[in-house]
Structure formats: structure tokens, C-alpha cells
Design a protein around this ligand. Structure first.
Ligand SMILES: *Cc1c(COP(=O)(O)O)cnc(C)c1O
Length: 406
């Protein structure tokens, strides 16, 4: 390799098509760029900073813990972790929790838990998971295979075996995919990267029945849609069904890297001492942040407020969609996990919003995702909607001018 090539290659591996913008500081619902501009943050680091930036309770918890203890091995008891696990258990279907540093690791733990359940019961041949098109479960070798997106799989050698993908919403294909080797069904109750596609409640209930009928496990990936994002602590609560295994990450640490795999005692039967591990998983710093996030989210009225702000935002967005049919097709999603399906390329829409200092995230299916911090209020909804409306005016005018010229 020539010297010139190695010098031209950036020190940060160029796996992201990055914007030429750096963020210096965050404050609540706003981010301050090194360009001197203040942005309204409706991406939350992709559904991570659910309590906004520099939340005083998170800062205090982190600083206090940093002065006491950063890290110990998981061979010791970690009281802050026991407390966070107990609180997750008390507020969910689960009996037990494994802490990780990321979503993909929470997924890996969940996949292993589901497979181990059957091996533990004498059926190691039952290791396959049924998954859905448009899914996203992370970027490790197993989770790219689970997600099924060729863009992420190709070029990295043989895909990890054990995932059978069916089209989203195809009930017949789903039933046909369940065989003697099936261990479980894996689904995001609301697809995030796939384009904010909620699974109808009756379908989630149908999946539960199907799993019970076949003696297989139901595994929900709530890494993006969980932790208050839909206005309930967990998205599946809206459907009134419970999974056997669930992955969490993103908002659970409020910005500190943290993930969790939750399971019932029955599902976790095979996860005994030595079966799984992580050096950092559940370390005291992460646990302090996780507990601080829980302190705020479990406060009376927090989730009700998310629902109120959501219905206000949805109503406004519906008006914008109606006024700008050249730009937008529909608004969809739940809580503060919303998507605007675009008629023009989503990238152009996102760029127009960014130019007006509103940050959003692209998703599949030509959708612009709106993921405001869960602390956003009516004033932020009003500000965002004024920006979206003005940007849509401008985009529609441009499109009309372009059509005339063409
Ligand atoms: C972000 C995400 C993941 C992966 O989480 P990482 O922390 O990036 O590993 C998995 N599943 C869903 C639904 C996600 O949104």
C-alpha cells in the first residue's frame, strides 16, 4: 500500500456518511453546534437522550458515582445494578435482567437466551428465530443476520445461521416459517430503522398465541421503542401482551452506553453461572445513570405527559401533511416515535429542516423520523411544527418551479 493511500484514509474509520457539523454542547431539547447555531433536537442521538441533554439529575448521578467507583468486575455484587434490575423487573413482565453496553449486545444475549432455553430442555436443534423484513437488530454478525438487510450482511463472510425472515405483515408466510427447528419469533413492536412501522396490537397478540401453540419463545426488540418512547414504559404494553425475552438499550442509559436483556425465569432457565458474560456490562457508572433515568421516568405523570405532547404533535403534523401533499404522504408511529413518510426524497426534506435548525433522522421507506427528547413540551412542538411547515412550503414551491422548468 502506498503512503499516499494511507495518508488519505481518515483516522476515524469512514463507516458513516457524516454531516460536516459537530456538536459542542447540549441543553435540554437543544444542541449547540460548533457552527455557532442552536438546533432543536428531534433525533435525540437516535432515541437515546430521552431526558434531553445535560439533565441535572443525570449529571448529578454520574458525577456522584464517578467520585466513588467507576468499575469493578462482575465477579462482585454490584448493588446499583441489583437495584436497577429489581426496578426493571417490578415494572415489566420479566423476572431477571442481564446488563450490556449496547443494543446489539442485548440482542446477542436475547438470542442466546432463546436458543439456550430449548437446549436446556433437551432440544438443541431448536435454534432458529423467525424475523421480519425491514427489521433492524444491530451490527454484530448475529444481529445483521437477524435484521436480514443485504447491505449490512454482504461482504462479511457467511451470514450467521439461524434466522428465517418473513415479509412484514404476512401471516401465512409466518405460519409456514415455523418448523421443528424454530426456537422463537423476534420482532420490534414498532420498527424503527425500517421506517416507524408499528405492529398492530392484534398482530402482537397473534404472535403470542402462535408462540404458545408451538412452545416457542416471543422475543421483543424494544431497544428503540422501549423506555417511554411510545408513551408507555414499553411499547408492547399497548397491545396487552408480554414477551418471554426483551432487549432494551438506547434511552435506558440516557446517553451513557447501556443495554439490557430482560427475560422471564422460565425463558432464562438455561442462563446459569458461566453461560454468558461481559466485562463492562452493568458497571457502576452505567448503573448510576440507568437508575437516574428510571427515577425520572417512573415519576407520576411523566409518561402521561409524553402521551399528551405526542397527541398534540401528531395533530399538528397531520395538518402539515394535509397542507403539503406534494411533500408528505402520512404521519405514523406512536408516542414520540413518529415518522413523516415523504413524497420527495427524505434526504432533501431532512436537509431543509436542518437548514432551519431542526434535527431529524432518516429511516427506511422514505421516512423522516421525529424522535424528540421525552421532556419536550408544547413550546418545542410548536417550534418544530413551524419549521416543518415553512420547510414544506419552500420544498413544494421548489418542486412546482422544477416541474414548470422541466
Ligand atoms: C439501535 C438499535 C439496535 C442496535 O443497538 P446498538 O446500541 O447500536 O448496538 C437494535 N435494535 C433496534 C430496534 C435498534 O433501534
Amino acid at each position: 500500500m502506498s503512503v499516499a493511500t494511507s495518508q488519505a484514509f481518515p483516522p476515524v474509520m469512514p463507516t458513516y456518511a457524516r454531516l460536516d457539523l459537530a456538536i459542542e454542547r447540549g441543553e435540554g431539547v437543544y444542541l449547540h453546534g460548533t457552527d455557532g447555531r442552536r438546533y432543536l433536537d428531534f433525533m435525540s442521538g437516535i432515541a437515546v437522550t430521552a431526558l434531553g441533554h445535560a439533565h441535572p439529575r443525570l449529571v448529578a448521578a454520574l458525577v456522584e458515582q464517578a467520585q466513588k467507583l467507576w468499575h469493578v468486575s462482575n465477579i462482585f455484587r454490584i448493588p446499583e445494578g441489583e437495584r436497577l434490575a429489581r426496578r426493571l423487573v417490578e415494572n415489566s413482565f420479566a423476572d431477571t435482567v442481564f446488563f450490556t453496553n449496547s443494543g446489539a449486545e442485548a440482542m446477542e444475549c436475547g438470542i442466546k437466551t432463546v436458543r439456550k432455553y430449548h437446549a436446556h430442555h433437551g432440544h438443541p436443534e431448536r435454534y432458529r428465530l423467525v424475523t421480519f423484513e425491514g427489521a433492524f437488530h444491530g451490527r454484530t454478525l448475529a444481529t445483521i443476520a437477524a435484521g436480514g438487510n443485504r447491505k449490512y450482511i454482504d461482504g462479511f463472510g457467511p451470514a450467521v445461521d439461524g434466522f428465517d425472515q418473513v415479509p412484514f405483515g404476512d401471516h401465512e408466510a409466518l405460519k409456514a416459517a415455523i418448523g421443528p427447528q424454530t426456537a422463537g419469533i423476534l420482532i420490534e413492536p414498532v420498527q424503527g430503522e425500517g421506517g416507524i412501522r408499528p405492529v398492530p396490537p392484534q398482530c402482537l397478540r397473534g404472535l403470542r398465541e402462535l408462540c404458545d401453540k408451538h412452545g416457542i419463545l416471543l422475543f421483543f426488540d424494544e431497544i428503540q421503542c422501549g423506555m417511554g418512547r411510545t408513551g408507555r414504559l414499553f411499547a408492547h404494553e399497548w397491545a396487552g401482551v408480554a414477551p418471554d425475552v426483551m432487549s432494551l438499550a438506547k434511552a435506558i442509559g440516557g446517553g451513557f452506553p447501556l443495554g439490557a436483556c430482560l427475560a422471564t425465569a422460565k425463558a432464562a432457565a438455561g442462563m446459569t453461572a458461566g453461560s454468558h458474560g461481559s466485562t463492562y456490562g452493568g458497571n457502576p457508572m452505567a448503573m448510576a445513570c440507568g437508575n437516574a433515568v428510571m427515577d425520572v421516568m417512573l415519576e407520576e405523570g411523566f409518561l402521561d405527559r409524553v402521551q399528551q405532547v405526542s397527541s398534540h404533535l401528531v395533530q399538528q403534523l397531520q395538518g402539515i401533511v394535509e397542507r403539503h401533499p406534494e411533500v408528505f404522504e402520512e404521519v405514523r408511529g406512536q408516542g414520540l416515535m413518529l415518522g413523516l413518510k415523504c413524497r420527495m426524497p427524505q434526504g432533501e426534506v431532512a436537509a431543509a429542516l436542518r437548514a432551519r435548525q431542526l434535527l431529524t433522522v432518516n429511516a427506511g421507506d422514505n421516512v423522516v423520523r421525529l424522535l424528540p427528547p421525552l421532556i419536550a413540551g408544547p413550546e418545542h412542538v410548536a417550534e418544530a411544527c413551524a419549521i416543518i411547515d415553512a420547510a414544506a412550503d419552500e420544498l413544494a414551491a421548489k418542486a412546482r418551479a422544477g416541474a414548470k422548468a422541466g
